[in-house]
Design a protein around this ligand. Structure first.
Ligand code: SF4
Length: 343
């Protein structure tokens, strides 16, 4: 049964552009998302779909210019983050909402000890003595599986997986309500990835932290997420509970994503990639943004962008095939699965 929980963060109609000399890159185009208390929302899509821009936008970490938040609201505890003065924003960043970046090498300062870097967040946000802050930093190191004695070591003395654990400790040290995890294990070996993901899940459950998990890996989504939003060319094209997205995959793009990953029981010799490339975000098509690559496209798809339709409680799809009053126009090509829910 679909139960509405308390909303922690709500993004409404967010539009972010990068304005260069002679072109405007439309990176995020009217994205709306809700993250509820205690849940993990997976944001999945190809590189360049706008996932990281959304996360950086939430914390207002985008470099403006060239980035420009052209519209929308990001509501956290009833306040629009986009309107907060900088001193208010600093109270939220790293304290209430924190971020794990993809590459631990760029997130750590090579000339400070890892303990000092973890303690920095505590001293900035919490009124603790240095002694208590030191104790909390050591506890947090232990929480991510690193002995407290290594507080005084420098980043270069750790392996890649250990460095990412330290970055996670930095993100969690103030016990944030919301964690933005941007491809947190992409830079790691596969075996280490699994360990780090297990650790994030365990700590998140212990602390009750909500999470926005950005990934292109549907396996990670299946293991860790309560709900999923699929993004394409800066637009949410499908969203719903994880089981809805996996068991009733509907949007032709999401169907394509599933066709491009191997499964243990697959009988085909080859994976089926999605033909073509994502459109140039400085020159997006007028109608459905997936139209140039879609095997189900109809004439109307080029002319009119579909709205999101709710095809089951909480399951939204942006495709004319699923519109309440679908256009009467037969598919132009065959090939891909029907894309109809439940088939
Ligand atoms: Fe394909 Fe048309 Fe649906 Fe876009 S709206 S995904 S082009 S069928």
């Amino acid at each position: 049964m679909h139960m509405e929980k308390e909303t922690l963060l709500e993004i409404q109609d967010l539009t972010i552009q990068y304005c260069m000399h002679n072109r405007t890159v439309r990176a995020v185009n009217g994205v709306s998302l809700k993250i509820q208390k205690g849940e993990t929302l997976g944001l999945v899509g190809e590189t360049g779909a706008g996932k990281t821009t959304i996360a950086l936008g939430i914390l207002r970490l985008l470099q403006e210019p060239p980035a420009k938040i052209a519209g929308g609201r990001i509501l956290y505890e009833g306040n629009d983050i986009l309107k907060l003065p900088h001193h208010e924003l600093r109270k939220i960043r790293g304290n209430k909402i924190s971020m794990i970046f993809q590459d631990p090498m760029t997130a750590l300062n090579p000339i400070d000890t890892v303990g000092e870097q973890i303690m920095e967040g505590i001293l900035l946000h919490e009124k603790l003595s240095k002694k208590d802050a030191y104790r909390k930093a050591c506890e947090t190191l232990e929480m991510v599986g690193i002995p407290a004695e290594r507080y005084h070591d420098y980043p270069h003395q750790f392996s890649g997986g250990m460095k990412q654990r330290i970055v996670i400790a930095m993100a969690l040290v103030c016990r944030p309500e919301l964690l933005l995890a941007d491809e947190p294990t992409t830079a790691l070996d596969v075996t280490i990835q699994a360990q780090v993901l297990d650790m994030i899940t365990r700590i998140r459950e212990e602390l009750g932290t909500s999470m926005l998990l950005i990934t292109h890996d549907l396996g990670v989504i299946a293991d860790m997420c309560d709900r999923v939003a699929v993004i394409y060319a800066g637009r949410i094209v499908e969203s719903g509970a994880t089981e809805q997205i996996f068991n009733h995959t509907s949007h032709p793009y999401t169907v394509g994503l599933f066709g491009a990953i191997p499964t243990l029981d697959m009988t085909e010799d080859r994976l089926v990639p999605i033909d073509g490339l994502m459109p140039d975000p400085a020159n997006l098509p007028d109608g459905c943004k997936f139209c140039p690559r879609c095997k189900k496209k109809m004439a109307v798809c080029e002319e009119r962008e579909p709205d999101l339709s709710e095809i089951a409680p909480g399951h939204l799809v942006r495709c004319h095939l699923f519109a309440k009053n679908p256009p009467k126009d037969p598919p132009a090509a065959d090939g891909q699965d029907s894309g109809k829910e439940g088939e």
